[in-house]
Design a protein around this ligand. Sequence first.
Ligand SMILES: Cc1cc2nc3c(=O)[nH]c(=O)nc-3n(C[C@H](O)[C@H](O)[C@H](O)COP(=O)(O)O)c2cc1C
Length: 175
Amino acid sequence: MLELLRTRRSIRKFLNRSLKPEIIDQLKEAVLRSPSSRNLQPWEFIFVTNRNLLQKLAEARPSGSQFLQNAALAVVICGDETRSDVWIEDCSIAATILHLTAHSLGLGSCWVQIRNRPHDQTHTAEEYIQKLLAIPSHYRVLAAIGIGYPAETKPPHSKEELNEEKIHRNTFGNK
Ligand SMILES: Cc1cc2nc3c(=O)[nH]c(=O)nc-3n(C[C@H](O)[C@H](O)[C@H](O)COP(=O)(O)O)c2cc1C
């Protein structure tokens, strides 16, 4: 696990290569094995491979989402806010598990933030995606995770880069 974490990076450039169904099945299994508060599983995962929809997802935000147009897959992660008051936490954990599982399978991936982000001056990115993918309004849209075979390599963050200042011993500020 630590080795996976050491080599994990956000990948935004992808080869023009689709994912085999058995690979997609492993990604589905990974998200469905995520923990959730009180095991309520307030999430829905929309696996998007349709190129036309991927292009439209890429336009969800003025910047930060464009790379989705070349992804083989985008997983749109939604949470039912009427089912759980901690749907953001539950969905974020599932998104992280997806990101790490993709990496373990030799795939690259990157998070696209949707919640709390604008699409344009009149619509939020959430509203745009709810309409695009016919998502009922009580399902909030957290993020879209773009996934594909990597067309870029990034060096791992070195041990020296780690911000040890963020670690406290017993009480805040005690180093
Ligand atoms: C909550 C969250 C939201 C993010 N939103 C975006 C995004 O909208 N677009 C994007 O290209 N990257 C996004 N990222 C990826 C970060 O930019 C990336 O994780 C960070 O720069 C560190 O790089 P690394 O993942 O390669 O270590 C997001 C990451 C997180 C955890």
